[in-house]
Structure formats: C-alpha cells, structure tokens
Design a protein around this ligand. Structure first.
Ligand SMILES: Nc1nc2c([nH]c(=O)n2[C@@H]2O[C@H](COP(=O)(O)OP(=O)(O)OP(=O)(O)O)[C@@H](O)[C@H]2O)c(=O)[nH]1
Length: 133
C-alpha cells in the first residue's frame, strides 16, 4: 500500500523581533476560522519539506525571506476532527525584508500577552500556550 498520510501537515512561524514581539496575522474573510489571528504559515505541499513550505508561505503571505536552516522547531498542535491535521510551529528571530500584506490580511507585531487577548484560531492558541512555557 502506498505510504500516503491520512492527515494534513501544516507549518507555522513565530517570528520574533528584537522586543520579543511576534509577527501575527488575521485570517481573511471566506477562509476557515476567518477573522481569527494566527501564526503565519500554511499547508505543506507535495514533495516539500516542512521548512521549505514555511519559507514559501512566509514569502507568499508577507514578502519576507527566511533562512530555512535558521528555523528552530518549537512544538506542535493537532486536530483529530473530520479533517485531521498537525500544525508544526517553528521560531525564528531573523527574516529579510519588511512585512507586507500580500494576501490582503491584517498583521501586527504582538507580545505573547497581547496575542493571548486576541481571538486566536484554536490550534494557534494551543501553540501560543506552549511557547509561553
Ligand atoms: N492556523 C490554523 N489552521 C487551522 C486551524 N484549524 C484548522 O483546521 N486549520 C487548517 O489548517 C490549514 C492552514 O493552512 P492555510 O492557512 O494555508 O489554509 P488556507 O486558508 O489556504 O486553506 P483553507 O481555505 O482550506 O482553510 C487550513 O486548512 C486551515 O483550515 C487552526 O486552529 N489554526
């Protein structure tokens, strides 16, 4: 039998600035969890590694260049619902460029406390609480 995963791999980034704030964005209208805040990222596509997917997603969404080797694995969260997925969080404190809203999304630099006060997508809330430990 072919080794095809039955779950969706998704990657996300906690990009920190020099003041300890994280770059977060708001999911646009029309998407699952629209209006909720999240760590930027997205689905890992066929033939991509998780790091390659994250470098691609951050360039597509925010116009920032990441060094895949400088990404640090942090932790993960999963959803065992009708569409099982695992969301893997990486951290970094280096990116080249200035954030741009390339998909029309709202974004902000938020401290972990400020992020916790926002309406977060469910798995992103799990990731945030793991980061704070
Ligand atoms: N960041 C985040 N993604 C989640 C959560 N729950 C959940 O099912 N997802 C799913 O994980 C995927 C994230 O990838 P993405 O950000 O590229 O998704 P997308 O909006 O392009 O896809 P979509 O239109 O299918 O929702 C989406 O399918 C999204 O619906 C969650 O709590 N946080």
């Amino acid at each position: 039998m072919a080794n095809i995963p039955t779950w969706l791999p998704v990657v996300a980034l906690a990009l920190f600035d020099s003041r300890g704030r994280m770059l977060m964005q708001r999911r646009p209208a029309g998407r699952h969890h629209a209006g909720c805040w999240e760590f930027p990222g997205g689905k890992v596509e066929a033939l991509e590694t998780p790091r390659e997917a994250l470098v691609r997603e951050i360039a597509e969404e925010l116009g920032l260049s990441l060094d895949a080797s400088a990404l640090a694995p942090a932790h993960f969260a999963d959803d065992q619902g009708a569409r099982p997925l695992v969301l893997f969080l990486y951290t970094s404190n280096q990116a080249v460029g200035r954030p741009a809203s390339l998909e029309g999304q709202e974004w902000a630099w938020l401290t972990p406390d400020e992020a916790g006060e926002r309406d977060l997508a469910p798995l992103d809330r799990v990731l945030l609480s793991g980061l704070a430990k």
